[in-house]
Design a protein. Structure first.
Length: 270
């Protein structure tokens, strides 16, 4: 994978295909594989860029300067400048949507179209934030994600009825288990705290272009339920698409549906 040095750290990214640029922003605790079906489908007619989050996949540790979602947006703009890309079609899932919308608000001239998937631009509800922070504390104390915690964290990302023996579920669970101590302590946990203590930018969403924005959500997404997506779509004034039989990582749970929606949207907007 190619690499760009941003804020002093190596950011790895996939760059595949030719045509208008589609940048895919990933979820926390996942690498580029969460977009594997979309990379295959979209790269037939688009140039697909997938930067890996700090501390995830092959990317380096979280840069010391990173203190907010706005910093993640700024770092993506730096990657675009590094690649000499003027405009992108941005598809952001979960944290990818959180910084993606901020990027669109900061630099609307750099965004051709925007898809917000399984994400929320409000602040994290206090009870949920405290719960996640308690998990981070456990991980810090142990220096790993302990076995019992794997069976707490992994299900959050999928629809309730997923087969826990499936390759999709087991591969993710094993990836969580494999995070080395240094990555957890210096990148994963600090990034998690940054994500779940983010500010509320809902009041700014009406500034987004309703005609070139789409909100999507798995109909069984637990951490980012469809009601949140409806709230955002109403504020933006854009369309909302619910993804059937999918939880938080809808890109992997119902890839054919997601691919069809993205290809149709991009055909009209890219």
């Amino acid at each position: 994978m190619p690499v760009a040095v941003i804020d002093g750290q190596p950011l790895h990214y996939l760059d595949q295909g030719c045509g208008p640029v589609v940048l895919l922003g990933q979820s926390y605790l996942w690498d580029r594989q969460m977009w594997a079906p979309q990379i295959e489908a979209l790269s037939q007619q688009y140039r697909v860029i997938v930067p890996e989050l700090w501390g995830h996949g092959e990317s380096g540790p979280l840069p010391q300067k990173t203190a907010s979602m706005d910093d993640l947006a700024r770092q993506t703009l730096a990657l675009m400048d590094h690649l000499d890309i003027a405009q992108i079609n941005l598809v952001g899932l979960s944290v990818g949507g959180m910084w993606g919308a901020r990027l669109a608000l900061q630099a609307p001239e750099r965004i051709n179209s925007l898809v917000l998937m399984d994400t929320y631009l409000g602040a994290e509800p206090e009870a949920t934030r405290q719960y996640y922070f308690s998990l981070f504390k456990m991980i810090e104390d142990v220096g790993a994600i302990p076995e019992p915690l794997l069976d707490v964290i992994a299900p959050i990302f999928f629809r309730p009825g997923i087969d826990r023996e499936s390759a999709l579920y087991q591969d993710f669970r094993n990836a969580l288990k494999a995070f080395p101590k240094e990555r957890l302590l210096h990148s994963i946990v600090p990034l998690g705290r940054l994500i779940f203590s983010r500010g509320d930018v809902l009041e700014h969403l009406p500034r987004l272009d309703a005609d070139t924005t789409l909100v999507m959500c798995g109909d069984q997404d637990k951490p980012r339920p469809p009601a949140e997506s409806k709230e955002m779509a109403d504020l933006i004034g854009c369309a909302l698409t619910l993804i059937p039989d999918a939880g938080h990582i809808s890109s992997r749970e119902n890839p054919d549906f997601v691919n069809e929606v993205l290809l149709t949207f991009l055909a009209n907007h890219a």
